[in-house]
Design a protein. Structure first.
Length: 309
């Protein structure tokens, strides 16, 4: 079944070329069904790439999902055209009176800054507070997960001695969680970050639960006990070549980065990387949408914020 996106969004052609069922707004208007309303707050500088990656993961489900795109207005986006932003993105003031079944808050390349030093931090705090009453379930990714844990639970991030970059093996700690239903005993996910949240800080909070970890990469998935907030510290949405592009970018900047771990065959950057995380990533997004959004969200969106799980 399809994801429903704006008619002229650049991701449409890419997804359709991959044989992914995309339903344009025009076609969706002729179906008598309430789609899930999902808001994507895209904090990444390469917005079109991130839009496509996230929508690819939302597509493999028997649910119709209507995606709206949100940006922060207190930060000037320098890597995406103003035309694209004006046509497809909305500001918080334009959506603040709406209710949504689900929301995704992406990562951002601002990890080395203190949260309060990020130029759009006050705006992001306003949005995260609003999600408590206007969004049924929120998935936060990478820095977005660190920011949400800090804002909602006071859990801080810690600098890593060097950038964590690569594809790492993970194990599930709570196999009974529907979020990881169908996962293998060992599954893989990419990480790309300079900071971390410690497992002990999550375990110490009785409103949170740890779902999956890696011996090398640390915490990967956590959630709130009430299942309204999810925190994913890796980048399951990444394409096969994303880590390579980041590595080559850092090389060009003279940063002298380490080769991403467990990514290139034989750790040889001249060889084509092979994706080992795509199926687990797809399953996680599908499980979240099915078990924690579709199965639980009220049919009347105005009831969001008044509903207990």
């Amino acid at each position: 079944m399809p994801i429903r996106i704006p008619d002229r969004l650049p991701a449409t052609d890419i997804l359709e070329s991959e044989n992914i069922f995309v339903m344009t707004e025009h076609r969706a208007l002729h179906q008598d069904i309430r789609p899930l309303k999902l808001l994507l707050l895209n904090l990444m500088p390469t917005k079109i790439v991130t839009e496509t990656q996230i929508m690819r993961k939302l597509s493999n489900t028997p649910l119709q999902i209507e995606v709206e795109l949100l940006q922060t207005v207190s930060h000037e986006a320098k890597n995406t055209s103003e035309t694209h932003l004006k046509e497809f993105y909305r500001s918080f003031d334009q959506v603040k009176n709406n209710h949504y079944d689900a929301m995704i808050i992406t990562g951002a390349p601002v990890e080395k800054l203190d949260f309060e030093d990020v130029d759009y931090w006050p705006e992001l705090c306003r949005i995260m507070e609003w999600t408590k009453t206007n969004v049924f379930s929120v998935m936060h990714i990478c820095w977005g997960a660190q920011a949400a844990l800090y804002y909602h639970y006071g859990i801080n991030k810690y600098d890593l001695p060097k950038k964590l970059s690569g594809v790492y093996a993970h194990r599930v700690l709570k196999a009974s969680s529907p979020l990881v239903r169908g996962f293998d005993d060992v599954f893989y996910a990419p990480h790309s970050r300079n900071t971390e949240v410690k497992a002990k800080d999550i375990v110490a909070n009785d409103r949170l639960e740890l779902i999956a970890v890696s011996d090398e990469a640390g915490v990967h998935i956590a959630k709130s006990v009430d299942s309204r907030q999810f925190f994913v510290f890796g980048h399951p949405e990444y394409d096969s070549e994303t880590l390579r592009l980041e590595y080559e970018r850092d090389l060009a900047k003279g940063i002298n980065p380490d080769i991403p771990a467990h990514y290139f065959p034989d750790d040889d950057p001249t060889k084509e990387p092979i994706s080992t995380w795509r199926s687990a990533a797809q399953l996680m997004f599908t499980n979240w949408l099915n078990y924690y959004v579709y199965q639980a969200t009220p049919y009347n969106l105005d009831e969001i914020g008044q509903t207990e799980i």
